[in-house]
Design a protein around this ligand. Structure first.
Ligand SMILES: Cc1ncc(COP(=O)(O)O)c(C=O)c1O
Length: 432
């Protein structure tokens, strides 16, 4: 018998890292392995799961769809489920965002937004406007365009020759304020340099891209709403597009359906993925204003971009069922309960001698530990990760930042258990 291909796991060095666990089923907030372990999924399987694993309504919707229409290309064709996603999403999105372009993951939703932004200006006869501004600590995905706008790091360094240059603006990382202010007295001076850049170069700049209010992979950095509001004011003033990458923050994660809502900000383009299908199947979408879409009308102006699985009917069936859960169940009551419980625990942990900072927005809580080697490659990460897994909790620290981002169906007792495992880990594992 021929041996199987060896699976190359993401972000993994097979000769150094522990053997991947073999998960054979999942239900609610738990993953079950073939050696009978039950693991609490406290990070929603890379931030995608919303209502618990194998939610019966989403499972049934996907199973039913699989009997009817598996897939059809979206160029020249449409189907009922993609139409229903478009109708239902419209109710949740700002009215100004009227058009939706489907793709199949978060990185492609970002690639589409970048390309739309650049071609928009070209179609308007301003082809000089093609530069992009992105934030420090940003993460927008691993494809080349998304990686170009992501912050410089050990992840991007091997590909620097491929990445297109971008302007880097400060992140409102208040715990390490880039301009030496404190939040209590600042006036968002961290955006002053961006203001100057846009003032001087707006004739060259197509768009500013941000993760609204929460920079995820960069360290769960929570921004004040005023930061996003100031960026919106500046981009509008200087005729530069604002792209909000809501791939992580969308679908209730931050306490409102979309993070932009919390700041009363309407971007020109918004990227969606992850939670869009409730964590069942890959789907990406980029939504934009009618004013943008109008510029793609006319000879030679079409947006020539597409993915084989764009708007796949099974993924769309999952998305419809996910949105129906939002429409019919008390999802925001659950989100509020998680938010309050996070607040309670973080208030207690804040003064711990091993903790440097705590941050929170909605259902996302982060604990930045004191470390001799802070950053993503901190040695604390593998030690904590293993400790938590041995205790039956899946937490995957970003270096010295532990974060909790559970499915919305986690109970108070289960969340308390996550925190007690974290506290045990933090006190047991040395920070050097
Ligand atoms: C804000 C943000 N944008 C884009 C992506 C990329 O999404 P995907 O992993 O589906 O390509 C991620 C993934 O974590 C993300 O957090």
């Amino acid at each position: 018998m021929t041996a199987a291909l060896k699976i190359w796991h993401p972000f993994t060095q097979s000769h150094l890292d522990p053997e991947p666990l073999r998960v054979v089923r999942a239900s609610g907030i738990y993953l079950y392995t073939d050696d009978d372990r039950k693991i609490l999924d406290a990070i929603s399987s890379w931030w995608v799961n919303l209502h618990g694993h194998c939610h019966p309504k989403i499972s049934a919707a996907v199973a039913e769809q699989a009997q009817v229409l598996d897939h059809v290309l979206l160029a020249g064709f449409r189907h009922p489920k993609v139409e229903t996603v478009a109708t239902k999403l419209r109710k949740f999105l700002p009215p100004a965002l009227e058009h939706i372009f489907f793709s199949d993951n978060g990185s492609t939703a970002v690639e589409v937004a970048l390309k739309l932004a650049v071609q928009y200006w070209q179609n308007r006869g301003q082809s000089n406007k093609k530069e992009i501004v992105a934030l420090e600590y940003a993460y927008h995905g691993d494809t080349v365009g998304a990686m170009s706008v992501s912050g410089d790091s050990g992840f991007t360094q091997p590909f620097d020759g491929l990445r297109f240059p971008v302007h880097r603006a400060h992140s409102a990382y208040c715990h390490r304020c880039p301009v030496g202010k404190t939040r209590a007295t600042c006036s968002i001076e961290c955006a002053d340099a961006l203001a100057k850049l846009l003032q001087e170069r707006s004739d060259q700049i197509a768009a500013v891209i941000v993760e609204p209010l929460l920079q995820g992979a960069g360290g769960m950095i929570v921004h004040p709403v005023e930061f996003l509001q100031r960026i919106r004011l500046l981009t509008s003033k200087h005729d530069v597009l604002l792209i909000a990458d809501e791939v992580l923050t969308g679908f209730g994660r931050c306490g409102a359906m979309f993070a932009c809502e919390l700041a009363n900000v309407v971007p020109d383009l918004m990227c969606l993925s992850k939670g869009i299908t409730g964590g069942f199947l890959p789907l990406g979408a980029t939504v934009c204003t009618d004013a943008m879409q109008q510029e793609f009308m006319g000879e030679g102006k079409a947006f020539l971009h597409g993915h084989s699985y764009a708007g796949n009917p099974l993924a769309c069936a999952a998305a419809v069922a996910n949105l129906e859960i939002f429409e019919t169940e008390d999802v925001f009551v659950r989100i509020k309960a998680i938010t309050a419980r996070h607040e309670m625990h973080l208030a207690r942990l804040r003064s711990s001698s091993t903790i440097d900072d705590v941050r929170q927005i909605g259902t996302v809580a982060a604990i930045e530990l004191k470390a001799e080697d802070p950053g993503y490659f901190s040695q604390l990460k593998p030690r904590l990760y293993r400790f938590f897994l041995e205790k039956g909790v899946l937490l995957r620290p970003l270096g010295n930042v532990i974060y909790v981002m559970p499915p919305y169906v986690i109970t108070t007792e289960e969340l308390d258990r996550v925190y007690s495992v974290i506290e045990e880990g933090v006190t047991t594992i040395p920070n050097r």
